[in-house]
Design a protein around this ligand. Structure first.
Ligand code: SAM
Length: 282
């Protein structure tokens, strides 16, 4: 008998991974959590039937959500990660000795507990003394902050269920307020390819560009995400992600990154025509 994990990427497209073993399943107050192992992607976690993190390709997502803003402003000191309960974004941030404080606002404590148990390679920096975990809705957490963070990372689920509020104008307006005058906001920006995801991508862009003078999008190839073509948003009050890239300074830090490098940084902001059109028409 074969066991397969199948995720619907559109009404007419499915993506499947052969499962060696289901390790965990639980329905929390917020979402359904499943953890499975597979030969191709290693251990992976899904939330409400959507892929969140897989051992084999998580380095791409986590490199790309953290290192681009850090290479633009290597002096970042105070960071907020919203969502991100798998710990991968925090792990990459913790590699920078200049960072003084990392707040993690994760709505679902069980995600963190489950990832600590089954995905130690992503949760390994959660006990770093600079990390403070807040078990709270990011939408509420951010309302209380003003002029404090150098960087906010929105490492959320898709805009269904608990992640829905993290795609709204109210949320991005509060992120703007919570950032210092040279603050940067980076968010997982969905995929441009299938319509449902492209709608979410346009919605997020619409909300962000209403507040931030710099609002750009960059891309990466992530095999386990719908269509494999994934976008991130780079919004800022001051820095331009390509013109202000501090390549030499970042390279002198000597950090090894399996996906990110400063050449790719520049190239990732060059977008296909249809994606540029989606942004213009958002
Ligand atoms: N890399 C992932 C992706 O895009 O597929 C994101 C992974 S991370 C596990 C997403 C986390 O966001 C989940 O743990 C979920 O509980 C959390 N989350 C969803 N809505 C949230 C909210 N409103 N406030 C804080 N955390 C939230």
């Amino acid at each position: 008998m074969e066991l397969w994990y199948t995720e619907k990427h559109s009404d007419d497209v499915q993506f499947s991974i052969r499962v060696e073993k289901q390790l965990y399943t639980e329905e929390t107050e917020y979402q359904r959590i499943d953890v499975m192992t597979s030969k191709e992607f290693g251990t992976f976690m899904t939330l409400d039937g959507l892929m969140m993190v897989a051992e084999k390709d998580e380095f791409i997502y986590h490199d790309m959500i953290i290192h681009p803003p850090m290479a633009v402003n290597p002096d970042i000191k105070n960071v907020l990660v919203i969502g991100g309960g798998d710990g991968g974004a925090v792990r990459e941030l913790a590699r920078y000795s200049g960072i003084e404080q990392i707040d993690l606002a994760e709505i679902d404590r069980t995600v963190i507990d489950v990832c600590r148990r089954f995905l130690p390679s992503t949760t390994c920096a959660l006990d770093d003394p600079r990390v403070k975990i807040h078990y709270e809705d990011g939408l509420k957490f951010i309302r209380r902050k003003a002029d404090f963070y150098d960087l906010i990372v929105v490492d959320s689920t898709d805009p269904f269920g608990p992640g829905e509020g993290l795609f709204t104008r109210e949320f991005y307006g509060n992120c703007y307020k919570a950032l210092k005058e040279d603050g940067i906001l980076v968010n997982q920006h969905e995929s441009p390819y299938y319509k449902t995801y492209a709608d979410s991508f346009q919605r997020a862009h619409r909300s962000i560009r209403g507040f931030f003078p710099v609002h750009m999008v960059y891309q990466a190839h992530i095999p386990t995400y719908p269509s494999g073509h994934w976008l991130f948003g780079f919004a800022s009050k001051h820095y331009h992600p390509v013109r202000d890239l501090q390549a030499e300074r970042w390279n002198n830090l000597g950090l090894y990154t399996k996906y990110y490098n400063t050449d790719l940084h520049v190239g990732s902001f060059a977008l296909p025509t249809y994606v540029k059109e989606l942004l213009e028409n958002a």
